[in-house]
Design a protein around this ligand. Structure first.
Ligand code: ATP
Ligand code: MG
Length: 356
């Protein structure tokens, strides 16, 4: 902090003097160089502080997979034409308690290293997933304790590292890239940040085959705090959607999943009824009225006989036609809001209680 203040003083004095000099004065150039050095020094301290684990942090719960996806969109532009950045994330949530800026700093540093290891181009693969280690893991000289983690791996197919360099890679200022402007701070500051977040980092590398850095962050329990119960009325509901139109099926499924429901789809009523008859756990049946084969009305009627415990909703653009069925009807075209409301109401009538 003090050091940065000193740099600030130097910076403002130098730019003050520079501003006084007439344009084209050669002394101006000297001062520009000085300013540039100050900026680089400021960047350096930031990395050093990160390595020492003393960076002021704003820790909150973040979904690491989502952060990686969002960051990738901006990195793709920066990475150039010869390199491809691929990001994959598990469907399962990947929440961790971490400072978002620091997480981004780590990811950028690792992607940069991966890219630099493939000077002729190639693909950098970033993968984020929820993993559970039943036993401690020993990799690349590091140990990761047993437990639930969010694992981020950054894989390249570049030149790899000689064993003697691999050993020293996490050391601050260790670099084999001096002539390319390497400062040896990417891995060391990433390591500092990960350790500060209670995590661990491993590095595996094979000469001429590539390297893989894996970060393990303690997986947080998904944060539901501050979310009003009404906002997630379908959390934990198991919904069976029957629709022969793939497009509607996708829309409905995506919307319900985003609200915390688990969804299974069938394209025809017979298959759906077979599931119900087999006793598959289902809380809500959502059937389209007009389908080839059994109509939604028949499906719902038979489902009620088979499984009175299952709530049902018919989706229809012919409102009057199904009115006499009683129960809930979803009129097409419907908004997401209407879908959630009708689904929640139908569930409630069956006495279904939201998971908490
Ligand atoms: N993916 C990788 N493949 C091969 N070597 C790597 C890889 N990542 C790191 N290294 C090696 O580890 C050294 C240290 O990496 P680090 O990111 O800490 O510093 P740097 O990349 O040299 O410089 P900086 O990141 O500060 O610009 C590198 O100089 C390089 O030799
Ligand atoms: Mg680096």
């Amino acid at each position: 902090h003090d050091f940065n203040n000193l740099l600030m003083v130097i910076r403002s004095c130098v730019s003050f003097v520079a501003g006084d000099l007439p344009h084209g004065d050669p002394r101006r150039e000297e001062l520009e160089v000085a300013l540039d050095a100050v900026d680089r020094a400021a960047g350096l301290t930031q990395h050093l502080v990160a390595f020492g684990g003393r960076q002021p942090r704003q820790v909150a719960q973040h979904d690491v997979g989502r952060v990686a996806q969002e960051l990738a969109d901006s990195l793709r532009h920066a990475i150039g034409d010869r390199h491809t950045l691929r990001v994959s994330a598990s469907a399962e949530a990947t929440p961790a308690q971490i400072d978002r800026d620091q997480l981004e700093q780590v990811l950028v540093g690792l992607v940069e290293n991966a890219r630099e290891a493939m000077p002729d181009g190639g693909t950098v693969d970033v993968d984020v997933r929820a993993v559970t280690l039943a036993d401690p893991l020993r990799r690349g000289g590091q140990t990761v304790g047993a437990g639930d983690y969010v694992r981020v791996s950054v894989q390249d197919h570049g030149h790899g590292m000689a064993p003697e360099n691999l050993e020293r890679a996490f050391e601050p200022f260790f670099t084999t890239r001096v002539e390319h402007g390497g400062r040896g701070l990417g891995l060391s500051s990433a390591y500092g940040i990960v350790r500060q977040s209670g995590g661990a980092m491993t590095l595996e590398s094979q000469m001429r085959h590539g390297s893989c850095v894996k970060i393990y962050l303690p997986r947080a329990i998904p944060d539901r705090e501050g979310v009003a119960p009404e906002a997630e009325p379908l959390l934990g509901a198991r919904v069976l959607v029957v629709d022969d139109d793939r497009h509607t099926q996708r829309l409905v499924t995506d919307a319900l999943r985003k609200r915390g429901a688990s969804v299974i789809c069938e394209r025809d009523g017979t298959a759906a009824l077979r599931r119900l008859a087999a006793g598959e756990p289902v809380d809500l049946l959502l059937a389209d009225l007009v389908m080839s084969g059994l109509s939604g009305r028949e499906v719902v009627a038979r489902a009620r006989a088979l499984r009175p415990d299952v709530a049902s909703v018919v989706m229809s653009d012919y409102a009057s036609f199904v009115d006499h069925l009683g129960g809930e009807i979803l009129h097409k075209p419907f908004s997401r809001r209407a879908l959630f409301d009708v689904a929640a109401r139908a569930l409630e009538q069956r006495g279904w209680a939201r998971a908490s």
